[in-house]
Design a protein around this ligand. Structure first.
Ligand code: ADP
Length: 267
């Protein structure tokens, strides 16, 4: 195979000597590709049987079988969860397999933020105070679908990891020449030791709490990949018992003036 990938490292050896270490990482990259393909194929294959199970479950009427009602509800909940897991895995393999966004567009932030507000309220069902601030007055440049999925994951985490009575704040503001979208909660917080690994696939601070809260363990991985594709940076600050802030920092080249006229037409 003529294609060989080398990893090069230059290490200081003495005052006037450097050492160049070359490592052949072709096999490593090949294995990584095989792992990605495997996950993508398995997820894809699981989709059809899941759709069938889901479909038949929906046809069973709990009113006709009152004794089955709790079991049916639980089966529905679990099959929904599995469907979400498969969808998240597919999204993650798609994100991992691309180096750049396939198509870029203006991402209208006023409707995006209105959607995030609706989603936060729907998930919270009145258990939290939801505050949304949009002072940036600009739009972003990138992929609407992907950015929505990233922001939506952050909002869903904020609601799921904040006990009732807490506050969820979504803020979009200017920063230097760029813009930042922040999701701030007054929830459980994340111990500092976990922060470096929190965006890894299936990494969880407390497995039981996360399972109960209904997540797939892939949310922050998706967020990280989406932001990377937008050359944006995810910053996480958190204090146990006080809450967490997830900030998505976008550079100046991702910011577009907001077209107020188009917006008022659309509304
Ligand atoms: P999950 O589906 O488990 O929520 P994520 O990738 O979205 O998966 O998050 C990974 C882990 O990070 C969670 O299991 C939880 O332990 C922690 N976490 C994420 N967001 C928050 C938050 N806002 N507050 C506290 N912990 C959080």
């Amino acid at each position: 195979n003529p294609a060989v990938t080398l990893s090069l490292r230059l290490i200081p050896y003495s005052d006037d000597l450097w050492m160049l270490v070359a490592r052949d990482v072709s096999r490593l990259l090949q294995l990584e590709q095989m792992r990605r393909d495997f996950v993508a194929n398995v997820s894809h294959e699981l989709r059809t049987p899941l759709t069938v199970v889901h479909g038949y479950l929906d046809m069973l009427d709990p009113d006709e079988h009152p004794d089955w009602a709790p079991m049916l509800a639980e089966m529905q909940r679990q099959s929904q969860r599995m469907t979400q897991l498969v969808e998240d895995l597919l999204m993650l393999s798609r994100l991992e397999s691309q180096d750049s966004l396939p198509a870029e567009e203006t991402v209208a932030m006023a409707p995006m933020i209105a959607t995030l507000r609706r989603e936060a309220n729907a998930l919270s069902q009145g258990r939290h105070e939801v505050i949304v601030e949009d002072t940036a007055g600009v739009d972003l440049w990138g992929s609407n679908k992907e950015l929505h999925s990233a922001f939506s994951n952050l909002v869903s985490n904020a609601v799921r990891y904040t006990p009732a009575g807490g506050t969820i704040r979504v803020r979009f503001r200017r920063e230097d020449k760029g813009a930042v979208l922040e999701v701030i909660d007054s929830g459980y917080g994340i111990p500092a030791a976990h922060l470096p690994r929190i965006t890894e696939r299936f990494y969880r601070v407390s497995t039981s709490r996360s399972r109960e809260s209904g997540g797939t363990g892939l949310g922050l991985s998706i967020v990280k990949h989406v932001l990377n594709l937008h050359q944006a940076r995810l910053e996480i600050t958190s204090e146990v018992g006080r809450g967490s802030t997830f900030s998505c920092h976008f550079g100046a080249d991702r910011v577009r003036p907001r077209d107020e006229f188009a917006l008022s037409e659309a509304l």
